[in-house]
Design a binder for this molecule. Structure first.
Ligand code: ZN
Length: 67
């Protein structure tokens, strides 16, 4: 029963990379200012700058889905 102890998706441990611009966060975890998003079961990270753009994109996408 030890086969499923690992998470299904495990990006490179030790570094957080922005999924949009490729910025690499220093340290072992993404800064609190980074946006965490889950899309299609994949965990994505967005740096501060991209988070703003990404949030707007999400909002507009949700907006259009509502119509
Ligand atoms: Zn970015």
């Amino acid at each position: 029963m030890d086969e499923e102890t690992r998470p299904p998706e495990q990006p490179d441990a030790g570094s957080a990379v922005c999924a949009r611009c490729g910025t690499v966060a220093h340290g072992d975890a993404a800064p609190l200012t980074w946006l965490r998003s889950v899309e299609d079961g994949q965990r994505l990270l967005f740096c501060e700058n991209c988070a703003r753009l990404h949030i707007r994109a999400i909002e507009s996408r949700l907006d259009s889905l509502w119509w």
